[in-house]
Ligand binder design. Structure first.
Ligand code: UT7
Length: 333
């Protein structure tokens, strides 16, 4: 359960590359069609980063917006938490590269790897430094260039993913506002269900791993689907119940944007109506850790979410790792 000083998102930002890849474009690449992709996933198009744009570049663009909206100076940032499964390199961390791009000095920087739950985990971790009084200003930045690890010959995965980034500045908040609670859980027994097999210490890169396309996403879609529709609502209820709230207290439900069928099922299990569920996966596909900030940012920008609204976030992805967060939007004067 969340304890300590109140922590708010003082500024949020997002970035999506300009290039749009539609379902119709994909029909020309693999044996698929708009009807299958739309009915099985809800996705209509996704964004693809240019060759010279790495994850840290997208993260930097999102972070610039968040910093501006938080009305802070970069010299105030004490820690950068990067969330990604597609870092620029195995090391250094993408967070450190974002720091370099932004000209941030004297701040700590590291990446966490919690796949699609990355942003939730990053916010949860960052919140603790502020809740404890150790720090005052933290940049949490999530970004993915999933197009770089997709096997463009595998129709069961390549139609699902897209590129993008999102960022949040965490600051001490108004009592009773900001991050009210969070829950994190993972089960490595499901690790095989969603992975990129090669390139790590278990299977270093070799001619064989490249030839067999093992540097790309492998997913047991049905298993991940089964776990997603169970774990996301379970986690959401833990976060809600622990702080004595009720599902009816939730104004906006923002689930990980992977599949409209998973979102509908999770919302139904929780008893949250469609009108309160925020969906933008038709435009971006599954952007892993960038999915939640892209959706949250859009809902703030278009005025859907207003000061005082209570938001429920939930995600699941590789690990399998999942979690949830309750957020009361609003800012300290
Ligand atoms: O970000 C982490 C979280 N990830 C997720 O939440 C993903 C979870 N899983 C899913 O969203 C779904 O399982 C998928 C969208 C990946 C797949 O949907 P599905 O309803 O589980 O389809 P399926 O894998 O059972 O495949 C059904 C059929 C198969 O054909 P047969 O064997 O029935 O003849 C596939 O070969 O659909 C075929 N298929 C396709 N057909 C056209 C698979 N991909 C495609 C495609 N276009 N792109």
């Amino acid at each position: 359960m969340f304890k300590g000083r109140a922590v708010e998102i003082a500024g949020i930002g997002a970035y999506a590359p300009e290039k749009v890849l539609s379902n119709f474009d994909l029909e020309k690449i693999v044996e698929t069609n708009d009807e299958w992709i739309t009915t099985r996933t809800g996705i209509k198009e996704r964004r693809i980063a240019s060759e010279d744009m790495a994850t840290s570049d997208m993260m930097t663009k999102a972070a610039e917006v968040a910093i501006k909206r938080a009305n802070i100076d970069i010299s105030q940032i004490q820690l950068i938490i990067g969330c990604t499964v597609t870092p620029d390199m195995m090391f250094p961390s993408s967070a450190a590269l974002v720091g370099k791009n932004l000209g941030i000095k004297n701040a700590g920087a590291f990446d966490i790897e919690a796949a699609c739950s990355g942003f939730l985990y990053g916010l949860s971790i960052g919140s603790q430094f502020i809740a404890s009084g150790t720090m005052d200003t933290i940049l949490v930045v999530a970004g993915e260039k999933l197009s770089s690890i997709v096997n463009w010959e595998d129709r069961s995965t390549c139609v699902l993913f897209g590129d993008g980034a999102g960022a949040a500045i965490l600051r001490p908040g108004k009592e009773g506002h900001g991050i009210l609670n969070f829950h994190m859980e993972a089960d490595g027994n499901f690790g095989e269900a969603l992975k990129m097999p090669a390139g790590g210490s278990a299977m270093p890169a070799s001619e064989k791993t490249v030839a067999e396309k093992l540097h790309s996403v492998k997913m047991d879609g049905r298993e991940v689907f089964r776990q997603a529709v169970t774990k996301m609502p379970e986690s959401a209820l833990i976060s809600i119940n622990e702080i004595g709230m009720k599902v009816e207290d939730i104004d906006w439900f923002i689930p990980h944007q992977a599949n409209i069928r998973i979102i509908d099922s999770a919302a139904k299990k929780l008893g949250i109506p469609k009108e309160k569920t925020i969906v933008n996966l038709q435009k971006y596909g599954n952007t892993s850790s960038a999915s939640l900030p892209l959706a949250l940012n859009e809902a703030i920008e278009d005025g859907t979410i207003k000061d005082g609204d209570t938001i429920l976030l939930t995600a699941i992805g590789g690990g399998l790792a999942w979690g949830s967060m309750i957020l009361k939007w609003g800012h300290k004067e």
